[in-house]
Design a protein around this ligand. Structure first.
Ligand SMILES: Cc1cc2nc3c(=O)[nH]c(=O)nc-3n(C[C@H](O)[C@H](O)[C@H](O)COP(=O)(O)OP(=O)(O)OC[C@H]3O[C@@H](n4cnc5c(N)ncnc54)[C@H](O)[C@@H]3O)c2cc1C
Length: 530
């Protein structure tokens, strides 16, 4: 079967590309997604906790052990369903800083400066929280909202941050990112706004858009150096589809480099050693992996009725369920981390370089995912936003079902180590500021006995996880390690683009769903312009 375009992966970026390309009825589009069409937990915000360990909708990767994780394997959850990771993520909506995109442009990627990408950020959203029309979109497919105001915990931390010189910023996606703020969220009317819901549901019955779920792309097809289609399987039955114009790979930062390597695009020696025929040498495939290595500081709260540990256990949980049923609010309708601060590690920086995020409860592992602990407390993660450490992802087999090896190489840059310690010290300063006194806070982790930089870093290596933001493994650029050009075309191959978080040359300052959706919007625009 032949189409004009084939999009591989229906995640944050791929669903957007499929929507925009099929808006013209003359374009026939095939969207392939390895996972299922839906899952009941994708609709309810609290469902994130249920999906983070659920193999039905999650690739459940993990990293290779490494010295700076004390030999631990770090979980790498990734959405595997329509909507991809946007259908199971924590729903915080953060664009990043103007400087992030200006950096991409300064690296030689024409068309990616902040001024150039701002129209796509505006086009994607209908923001219902006020703000400045110069920066915010009002009628895009993705509904973005502010969480409920007057939360007593968040209000207290905002006051405490003010006492250490961090001001409240009502819109960190507006003119400037600096400051502490309630998290904006891809939640509306108590429902998760995934790209499946916002970009695919409204267009599912377009006759020129075919969506195949349970369809694992195994290999790209070529005629010489032109990509002509995709070989994929449904229930292990092999199929092929042709693309008369282009294939757009949107499998995400783990699977996009994997698919290129399985198709013979990558480092020749590595591919040959696995018996994969080399089609085109591109040494950057799978390299430049960047991620947020995020220690979670933990704080016991003795004051009653502040955290979800107090308000959402036993009968409290019934009350939360009723509240959600009637208003879509409360724990069941809440963004993962409702409060965040973008701060500077030192004076004189042009923009914030550290992120702190608060979750007003303690959880512990349960049989179906994290569950609420008996102990009342608050988790505050704290980390550099633009880490310099770089890792890599590579296939270890020619079998498309075998997970690739993920090596983060965390803290290999001394700058990252120093900034991580600084972020934890700022978290401590806020959590022990005078305004916090009524909550009767005491530090559990790292713990008051860990004070020197080395003691804090030892704890980071033993305990930190990620905030699930891998990017950069099919880097955009024009240097020898770039995989795609500024039009997202794979270097040296015709008819093939990559459009997802893997093309980011550097990690954006914050969470990565909004920039991934922007990349989908911009990719579709570039494809349609030819
Ligand atoms: C648990 C978790 C929490 C997060 N929380 C937040 C948050 O609060 N805010 C935020 O901004 N970001 C968050 N993120 C990150 C954000 O969701 C991702 O950066 C973003 O969704 C990446 O988009 P993508 O298009 O690159 O990939 P994805 O959205 O992951 O999409 C890739 C899609 O391709 C499919 N696919 C892959 N390989 C194949 C193949 N071979 N054949 C067919 N289909 C394939 C996958 O199944 C998937 O559906 C979180 C991520 C996770 C996992």
């Amino acid at each position: 079967m032949d189409y004009d375009y084939i999009v591989v992966g229906a995640g944050s970026a791929g669903a957007v590309v499929a929507n925009r390309l099929s808006a013209n009825p003359r374009n026939s589009v095939l969207l392939l997604e390895a996972g299922p069409a839906d899952h009941p937990w994708t609709r309810i915000p609290v469902g994130s906790a249920r999906m983070i360990t659920n193999p039905a909708v999650n690739w459940l990767y993990s990293s290779e052990p490494d010295a700076n994780t004390n030999g631990r394997r770090i979980p790498v959850p990734r959405g595997r369903m329509l909507g991809g990771s946007s259908a199971l993520n924590g729903m915080a909506f953060v664009r990043g800083q103007a400087q992030d995109f200006d950096t991409w442009a300064q690296m030689g990627n024409a068309g990616w400066s902040y001024d150039s990408v701002l129209p796509f950020f505006k086009r994607m959203e209908s923001y219902q929280g006020g703000g400045d029309d110069r920066f915010r979109g009002r009628d895009g497919p993705l509904r973005v909202t502010n969480p409920e105001p007057n939360d007593p915990f968040c209000a207290t931390v905002i006051r405490a941050a003010g006492e250490v010189g961090i001001e409240h910023n009502p819109d960190y996606n507006g003119a400037r990112q600096d400051g502490i703020a309630m998290s904006q969220a891809t939640i509306a009317s108590g429902r998760r706004m995934s790209t499946a819901r916002c970009y695919l549901d409204p267009v599912r019955n377009r006759p020129n858009l075919r969506i195949e779920t349970g369809a694992l792309a195994e290999c790209l097809l070529f005629d010489g150096t032109r990509c002509t289609g995709v070989r994929y399987s449904v229930n292990r039955e092999g199929r092929e589809a042709g693309a008369a114009r282009e294939v757009i790979v949107s499998g995400g930062s783990i699977n996009s480099p994997q698919l290129l390597e399985l198709s013979g695009i990558g480092q020749p020696e590595r591919l040959q050693a696995l018996g994969i025929k080399v089609r085109h040498a591109l040494p950057g495939v799978g390299e430049n992996l960047r991620e947020h290595y995020a220690p979670r500081t933990r704080w016991a709260i003795a004051a009653k009725g502040i955290t979800y540990n107090d308000t959402a256990r036993g009968l409290g949980l019934v009350r939360q369920a009723l509240r959600y049923a009637f208003s879509g609010r409360g724990l069941l309708g809440s963004v993962g981390a409702p409060l965040r601060a973008f701060v500077r590690s030192r004076d004189g920086l042009a923009a914030p370089d550290l992120l702190l995020g608060w979750v007003p409860m303690f959880t512990e592992p349960g049989p179906k995912g994290p569950k609420i602990s008996r102990q009342s407390g608050v988790t505050c993660y704290a980390h550099p936003m633009r880490p310099e450490s770089r890792g890599h992802i590579h296939v270890v087999s020619s079998d498309p079902r075998k997970p690739p090896a993920i090596n983060f190489n965390f803290l290999s840059s001394p700058v990252d180590a120093a900034l991580t310690v600084r972020a934890i010290r700022i978290a401590r300063a806020i959590m022990t500021a005078p305004a916090m006194a009524p909550l009767r806070v005491s530090e559990i982790a790292p713990g008051t006995d860990r004070n020197t930089d080395d003691e804090i870093l030892d704890w980071v290596k033993a305990a930190a996880e990620t905030t699930y933001h891998p990017v950069g493994t099919c880097k955009m650029g024009s240097d020898a390690m770039a995989v795609v050009d500024a039009q997202l075309r794979v270097h040296g191959i015709d008819g093939l683009r990559v459009a997802d978080a893997s093309i980011m040359p550097t990690l954006t300052s914050g969470n990565t769903n909004a920039p991934s959706i922007m990349i989908g919007e911009k990719a579709a625009d570039m494809v349609l312009r030819g």
